[in-house]
Write a protein of this length. Sequence first.
Length: 189
Amino acid sequence: QNEILGPDESFEEGEIEELDPEAVEITIEASPQLDESPAKSPPPLTTDYKESVDIKGMIEKLRDAKIDTQAEALKAISSITDPEDVRKLVENGLVVRLSHLLNPHITQPRVDIILNALRSINNILTEGKDEVPNRYARKIKDSGAIQLIEQLQTHKSMDVYHRAIQILDHFPNRGRPDMFPERRRQPVR
């Protein structure tokens, strides 16, 4: 009268005594890595995620004609903040690709793509902010991205507007002075 229970079934009260003790097999194996010494704190995690970041592959995906592929790659890129990875992204042409993604004449203007492109640009500028002048700011300016970001100050999405302003704050005297003048930096006299 042995019966195998499925994963969603359970024993009813009193059924446990009816089990044949010889039918139940329990195997316990000692791990060869167990140490009998006093408890130690676990070793720090040493998994290096940098090895899994395929910088060139991500930038290549931004060149893909499929907008969903671009959006997926851009979402991954916008989460990268490691200084070494940011440097590699910039060296491999990310700034120009971001500029193309912000250009409505080149790329279909989708809010998620615009926001992730702006987030990526802000991450790049933030990484270089401790250097005077910011080594990444010149590359962003030379790519034409600043003019495109200035145009985004009139975007219907407030999230896009706020991200654009956040980036333009890295560039004094940029942006439309007639729009929200309280956000523009005043020259020092």
